[in-house]
Design a protein around this ligand. Structure first.
Ligand code: HEM
Length: 279
């Protein structure tokens, strides 16, 4: 019974996929988008980029949902977060996912960067993708920094004060950075408004196209070290191996012929000796 149900469901699923593929070509497109050959060694480490992509997508989605209740003013920010946690439907869950995926994002992005570094993926022709990655890292750090102030509690407030102080030491640009971020003399309503705008509009709008470029460049060059990258070189190597084994075979045949000739000459000599000795 269960077996029949399962096979029937699979049949329906297959017909639905075929139907969609015939009309849209979406299945081929998805396959093209999702499948990327990776080197056999350490294949799991090549999922870290996709994990980063997954986490940042979660950030975007949960962030949009939080905006339904969050109010970016010094009077209401903390209270709105409190309401999200205690009154809004699924508020705890959505804020929890936003918070934890932000933390994991920073860790996973670091691991992804370490993988690309230790596997040498930053080398030509992928230098540009490495640079795009560094820009993405800085933008994500910016997201984390600006997001911290939005809850408008003691932790977020003082972390932002320290962060802005560090920025003020930037050679030449220090005072401008402080002015741009704080929007006044002290961290206050203008700062919250600016951090909100940067966190919700500026950085996501900058990150999205850079992710697009990152993925485009990845598709263009393929994963570093995959067989796909070395198709040409592997074909040449196989050709060389074939030729080498062919010439090896010829050499062996020559040796065999020589040995055979030597053997027959020797036996002719033996015959002659035997005849001579016997005569
Ligand atoms: C929002 C941040 C990022 C996202 C969403 C992202 C996403 C991805 C994805 C999906 C891949 C392909 C799968 C993989 O190789 O794991 C990839 C590859 C790559 N990423 Fe990232 N990445 C991000 C940040 C970074 C950072 C910070 C760096 C380094 C500074 C970086 C450098 C690279 C390089 C060089 C490749 C090509 C790897 C290869 O060909 O072997 N990425 N990225």
């Amino acid at each position: 019974m269960i077996g029949r149900l399962r096979s029937q469901t699979m049949e329906w699923g297959k017909s639905l996929i075929d139907w969609t593929e015939d009309r849209t070509g979406a299945v081929t497109l998805m396959e093209h988008f999702l499948y990327e050959p990776v080197p056999k060694r350490g294949a799991w480490l090549y999922t870290l980029g996709s994990a980063t992509l997954f986490l940042i997508t979660l950030q975007f989605l949960t962030g949009i949902l939080l905006l339904f209740y969050y109010v970016p003013t010094t009077d209401h920010a903390w209270n709105s977060v409190y309401y999200i946690m205690n009154g809004a439907y699924f508020g705890v869950l959505i804020r929890g996912i936003h918070y934890w995926s932000a933390n994991f994002l920073l860790a996973v992005i670091g691991l992804h960067m370490a993988r690309t570094f230790f596997s040498g993926s930053y080398k030509a022709p992928r230098e540009l993708n490495w640079i795009v990655g560094v820009i993405l890292l800085l933008l994500v750090v910016g997201l984390a920094f600006t997001g911290y102030l939005l809850r408008w509690d003691q932790d977020g407030f003082w972390a932002s004060v320290v962060g802005v102080k560090i920025g003020s030491w930037t050679p030449l640009l220090g005072p401008y950075i402080v002015q741009f971020l704080i929007g006044g003399d002290v961290v206050g309503p203008a700062t919250l408004a600016r951090f909100f705008a940067i966190h919700v509009w500026l950085l996501p709008a900058a990150i999205a196209p850079f992710i697009g470029i990152h993925l485009y460049l990845l598709r263009r060059h393929g994963e570093f070290g995959s067989e796909f990258e070395y198709t040409d070189r592997i074909a040449k190597l196989h050709e060389r191996q074939r030729q080498e084994s062919y010439s090896q075979l010829e050499l062996e045949e020559d040796d065999y012929d020589e040995a055979y000739d030597g053997e027959s000459l020797r036996s002719e000599d033996d015959d002659r000796d035997r005849r001579d000795g016997g005569g």
